[in-house]
Design a protein around this ligand. Structure first.
Ligand SMILES: *Cc1c(COP(=O)(O)O)cnc(C)c1O
Length: 309
């Protein structure tokens, strides 16, 4: 597989996030802009991929096959990486053929697409699922949906160093914790591993509590053999994944205007709103400094706007 000699780790800028409700509470937030790592590849999904790509490379694979929906940030990052580094990618999609902006990008990036229907997609966890695909694409390495698990988390560990290296430029000598949106909790788990108890990691759940995120994080932390993990999961889902409401949309619009930083409603917007609620509830002492991760997802926003009006 044609990968850059040492896996390419782009540096995301770390910037002050200036919002009146933070200033009023005397809390400082720096935002790590994973939405700005590369013109093609955006967000946490690239970092979740890096270990999977290394494993594929070691296994002698020529490219990657994976799964996702018609707005998937995961498939988008994979297709973009394939285009960027010149390796073949195949996407297995949920449902029936749709022409979303994401799907158009996947095609433009050269990803081969197969639509599995809904039943076919539900079968993805069944034992024999990959067999026919591996027979069809023997040179490609399968990567699970979302690029999760310990390899996915390990790929996110360098985010800690990326932030540490930029603290001085920000005028900070330390920080008190991380705040980020969680879907599977893989990215959070990576930070928890990297911190090893040094700073707490707060995960704003974009999915309801019953999605097993806590168990998933627990499993990764245990598999890595870490004791003394410090993290907390906070429900930020506002009634369900992909559910939006007027208060959220208005908050996003005001935050974007005030900060100049684009957000989307499924992850980053919900995570920032949940932070505001916690700050206003007095959760953090004056003088607290937090790192908020902008996990990307802006490409999916296009489909969202056209789909939901
Ligand atoms: C996938 C995604 C997340 C969630 O990442 P996990 O590692 O699954 O918790 C958060 N934000 C955005 C924008 C995403 O695309």
């Amino acid at each position: 597989m044609l990968l850059p000699s040492s896996i390419w780790l782009p540096r995301a800028p770390l910037e002050h996030l200036n919002l009146d409700w933070l200033t009023q509470a005397h809390i400082e937030v720096a935002i790590l802009r994973l939405d700005q790592i590369d013109p093609l590849i955006s967000g946490n999904k690239w970092f979740k991929f890096t270990e999977h790509l290394k494993a594929a490379d070691l296994a002698g694979a020529k490219g990657i096959i994976s799964l996702g929906g018609a707005h998937s940030n995961h498939l988008h990052a994979l297709a973009a990486a394939g285009k960027r580094f010149g390796f073949p990618t195949v996407g297995l999609l949920r449902g029936h053929p749709q022409d979303t902006p994401t799907v158009q990008d996947l095609q433009a990036f050269g990803m081969a697409l197969h639509w599995l229907g809904y039943g076919g997609y539900r079968a993805r966890h069944e034992p024999g699922f990959w067999q026919p695909w591996q027979a069809r694409y023997p040179d490609l390495q399968p990567v699970p949906e979302g690029g999760g698990g310990l390899p996915g988390a390990t790929g996110c560990m360098p985010l800690k160093t990326m932030v540490s290296e930029q603290l001085n430029a920000l005028g900070w000598n330390d920080y008190h914790g991380w705040w980020l949106a969680c879907g599977t909790g893989t990215t959070l788990a990576g930070l928890v591993l990297a911190e090893a108890g040094e700073h707490p990691v707060y995960g704003a759940l974009a999915v309801p509590d019953d999605h097993g995120v806590a168990q998933q994080v627990q499993r990764i932390v245990q598999e890595a053999g870490l004791v003394g993990a410090t993290y907390e999961l906070i429900d930020a889902s506002r009634g369900g994944f992909a559910k939006v409401d007027p208060l959220l949309l208005e908050f996003i619009e005001r935050s974007e205007q005030a900060s100049g930083i684009p957000l989307e409603p499924l992850y980053t917007g919900k995570a920032l709103l949940a932070l505001k609620q916690q700050v206003e509830a007095g959760r953090f002492a004056r003088g607290t400094r937090l790192i908020f991760i902008h996990t990307g997802g802006l490409q999916g926003r296009r489909g969202f706007t056209s789909q939901h009006g």
